[in-house]
Design a protein around this ligand. Sequence first.
Ligand SMILES: Nc1ncnc2c1ncn2[C@@H]1O[C@H](COP(=O)(O)OP(=O)(O)OP(=O)(O)O)[C@@H](O)[C@H]1O
Length: 216
Amino acid sequence: MKPLVNHSSSALLSGRQLACERDERLLFSGLDLDLQAGNLLQLEGPNGAGKTSLMRMLAGLLPVSSGELYWQGQPLDQVRDEYCQALLFIGHLAGIKAELSPLENLSWFAALDGLQDEALLEQALQQVGLQGYEDHPCHQLSAGQKRRVALARLTVSPRPLWLLDEPFTALDRQAVAAMEGLLVEHAKAGGAVILTSHHALENLPGLQKLRLGQSL
Ligand SMILES: Nc1ncnc2c1ncn2[C@@H]1O[C@H](COP(=O)(O)OP(=O)(O)OP(=O)(O)O)[C@@H](O)[C@H]1O
């Protein structure tokens, strides 16, 4: 699968000495990360290690307990608007409106990026295997189909930084492989991805890993 929008940004996200504390429990500290354009980075670790917490921190949804984040070398607090426009976060929840159709959901998201080309959006839904379901209300779709609606955003996103928390939940093997292909193409086109996944990711050449917490 290939993205329908090309990426040319040389996005770079860095974290220095990051720590995360939740309910007075230190999940991790002293964490450094560097993400260059073209990188695919998987956050690894056992349940409760803090992968989602870190992802939410990177997405600006959870305060950084200590440490600094930088976007293209600038302290994130100074370039937050630019950063928010550059990132696409997809979390555990599909984030789609159940009463709307896949096409309506995707149109809403695409409009945030100024995309209103209905033919392109229909092509995006076909790419994720939702042909024939474009106009069904999403509450009538299966869990994997709902996840595909959420992930269809990736095929039309002009945003260089993708933060994907368990993006492959409920997807069948074929869909996982297709989505892996999309991530690879995004990286080749100059984008960057940070993801968490408990799936064995077998089709992501050059995948870097950052491990949090202790193994059982
Ligand atoms: N909203 C919250 N308030 C307080 N503590 C929380 C909250 N959400 C998560 N935690 C705690 O933070 C710790 C890390 O949770 P997190 O979801 O970041 O882990 P994870 O590595 O993503 O786990 P998993 O592999 O199960 O998804 C857990 O101990 C959890 O109980």
